[in-house]
Design a protein around this ligand. Structure first.
Ligand SMILES: [Zn+2]
Length: 268
């Protein structure tokens, strides 16, 4: 005599189209079309139940002519991975503390900032090539760099604003075995983002490891001519020679010296 739990068990079994089976299956009861996936694939987290291709499993089984099978990500899973890459970038981009640093809040009338202001504005509208902003501490270059980033993000351009010492800390933490993000994933995100803004180059505590990573990022962006903004309060000859030689390519990189003595004191 079937108990009610026996009934629901049978119903679960029927719903997957295996009427002959009468063994409990450790799987939530489901209805709907026939499944094309083996049990071991269905044990994956089933968050995306709406996907009509994989029924939410995120993966599909691809069977080769020799009968061997492989698990491949579904289109919905690939989209999810892209989104998480972008979320990772947003998390890394760290623009929230600089949300008020926009062109609207920058005072272009402070003596010495006009050229940099105009160049930064034009750059934000159409980022291409490199922009190298130099000037003393407090001359407004971080404000302009953040304003470029805020404007680019407003235009839906994939942008990463990062203070160089913080960037190296992030990379170091991704190197730790407990990190949820793999180091090569993180460095790839930084290298390949469309617009990269490196604030305060030259203030990092450049261990040989950090110096090498920073050089690799900058060299990659140089080789692929990816839009990049760099600010520093150092003299050019204080910058690591390999990085300096990239910055000194005047075909790619526009240099602007901000002569304002103390933008922050003079701006209102
Ligand atoms: Zn899918």
């Amino acid at each position: 005599m079937p108990t009610s739990s026996g009934k629901s068990r049978r119903k679960a079994v029927e719903s997957i189209g295996s009427e002959d089976l009468d063994i409990p299956i450790a799987r939530p009861e489901r209805t709907g079309p026939e499944l094309a996936l083996p049990d071991w694939a269905l044990e994956l987290p089933r968050k995306r139940t709406a996907c009509p291709i994989c029924k939410g499993a995120g993966y599909l089984v691809k069977v080769a002519p020799d009968g061997s099978s492989d698990l491949v990500p579904c289109r919905c899973k690939l989209r999810e991975l892209q989104e998480s890459d972008y979320q990772e970038l947003q998390r890394l981009s760290n623009l929230e503390p600089f949300a008020d640093k926009t062109f609207e809040t920058f005072d272009p009338d402070v003596p010495g900032v006009a050229e940099a202001y105009q160049a930064a504005r034009a750059y934000a509208e159409n980022p291409s090539g490199w922009l190298f902003l130099t000037g003393n501490y407090g001359c407004g270059k971080t404000h302009l760099a953040a304003a470029i980033a805020n404007e680019a993000v407003r235009r839906h351009i994939k942008t990463l604003f990062t203070i160089v010492p913080d960037l190296l800390d992030h990379l170091r933490s991704a190197y730790a075995p407990t990190s949820p993000v793999r180091f090569d994933q993180r460095i790839e995100a930084v290298r390949t983002v469309y617009l990269l803004i490196l604030d305060d180059l030259g203030t990092e505590n450049a261990s040989p490891w950090a110096g090498e990573k920073l050089y690799q990022i900058i060299n990659y962006r140089y080789n692929y001519r990816l839009p990049t903004v760099i600010t520093t309060n150092r003299d050019l000859d204080e910058i690591e020679p390999r990085i300096r030689s990239r910055i000194c390519d005047r075909h790619l990189c526009r240099h602007i010296l901000i002569r304002a003595e103390d933008y922050r004191r003079k701006a209102r």
